[in-house]
Design a binder for this molecule. Sequence first.
Ligand code: KIV
Length: 271
Amino acid sequence: MSVHANARKVTTHTLQEMKRAGEKITMLTAYDFSLAKLVDRGGIDVILVGDSASNVMAGRDTTVPMSLEHMIYHAQCVERAVDRALIVVDMPFGTYQGNSAIALESAIRIMKESGGHAVKLEGGAEIVESIQRILTAGIPVMGHLGLTPQSIYKFGTYTVRAKEDEEAAKLIADAKLLEEAGCFAIVLEKIPAHLAKQVSDALSIPTIGIGAGQDCDGQVLVLHDMLGITTDFSPRFLRRYLDLESQITGAVEQYCEDVRGGDFPNEEESY
Ligand code: KIV
């Protein structure tokens, strides 16, 4: 077991120490009390209240419609469940781009109303002013580079980013900028593994990869994808640890059969 797995609370400093010690950081998403409790109990280091809630909880095609209120609600549910993990909350689209005063106000609302421990923002140079302003309030910030789903209408597709030299060079420059600005970690999403290694080696803050190969300092997956609850999303980087879709539908089928056949409830299950 890792030396950090027993630590009472994971902080941004714990993650920094883990990078220094060469110990991998684990991160998963969660959006509700019951699953967040299990994820925390499983020993995860970081729980991301991701705006991927838009996809897996609300059934939307993109993360664009998420509001600050939605994110605060999900983060409140998670916060009530968690004893150990660091809770990072995604700032939703439209709450930090282009106006650092609004960014600060949004981040303060997340911290005060949800009890989360840090916020995550997507983007590099374009949003660095917002990041700097949020940091002035003592709010820890996680960056997010590569495939940034809030910009899906700019990219047009969810394919691998930064395969070309120009985009790779911008990503490296953005990563350094975010580190200099004071981010405590950076998510690298869907970029070539060699580029993620180059960025991870160049930074002193940890990188957390999703579809970015094994040389990142940590890994993150969307909980519903790795548990096999969502089955219509099968990117190459996704490893499914369970097949809950068939187990849950199987249990529901069995329940329907039992009720319809008069087998449930039986005498022992009655008063
Ligand atoms: O919203 C989310 O779940 C994320 C992860 C994919 C990193 O940002």
